[in-house]
Design a protein around this ligand. Sequence first.
Ligand code: APR
Length: 315
Amino acid sequence: MARKKIALIGAGNIGGTLAHLCALKGLGDVVLYDVIDGLPQGKALDLLEAGPIEGYDVNIIGTMSYADIQGADVCIVTAGLARKPGMSRDDLLGINCKIMRQVSENIAQYAPNAFVIVITNPLDAMVTLTKRVTGFAKNKVVGQAGVLDSSRYRTFIAQELKVSVRNVTAMVLGGHGDDMVPVRSYCQVAGMPIERLITAQRLEEIENRTRQAGGEIVALLKTGSAFYSPASAAIQMAEAYLYDKKQILPCAAYLEGEYGINGVYFGVPVQVGAGGVERVIELTLSEKEKQEMQVSVSHVQELVAAMDKVLAASA
Ligand code: APR
């Protein structure tokens, strides 16, 4: 059986980590694309030379030619600028819009059957643009945000209670901004509702830290943003697709009426399998959570409107 082909558009911090994880997990052959000459080629060769030690046989190439992504099964997009201290994800809009338009045109041309996972920020706008420009069906274009945001929430809960991260299940929904929605009513530790284990006030602090967790890392790194955890999150989504896991994961999905929201990408639980985003799961939310979702969706709508202005100005 032929190996799957995974195209990574952007060979920076996240792109390189994605390639490493693909190889270690034997997910498939990897094509690492970037516009900086030598960067994708150098990382690919370095990774290939780790193969005999780690025992992987997948092929890894670095390229500046989109023709090399021909026929990819999965494309994971990280092309674009990352945040520096003092920047919000939304500050990346202008520059990343132009990059993502070009990236999407090439994915449509060379990898028309791919499952596309977008990581580039501002995520909710960039995944919307990708769907529009590729013209792909909504089940084949998805944004990575919720798996990472939920993992951050789970990390902090596990630390707080000194339990295994594997015992903590949680969903962070909504847009990938500071008004994301940690859904407390669905957070459990070994099946026990979190509200029985941690006081409301402490939970509030943990949820605020979760909302700011990306910025916390930007402030520490100073030259860029988080990359290990976003890469792990996208790989979990790719595995759910490639292995037809039917796994329920919080992802940015295109909504058409679910949660009373229409025509935007928004973080909700979805089932990911061989059909891509196979269905949206509608949770019963508390009134507070519903209100928080409304605040978050209006921010996403503003962001998409701002993107439309940028695109109109550059047309
Ligand atoms: N086509 C392909 N790659 C591009 C293009 C383009 N037109 N323009 C820039 N790139 C590449 C850069 O050359 C760089 O190698 O995208 C890569 C981005 O890598 P990093 O700067 O290391 O950023 P990274 O941490 O990987 O984050 C990428 O993901 O989480 C988001 O906010 C983050 O938008 C950012 C993206």
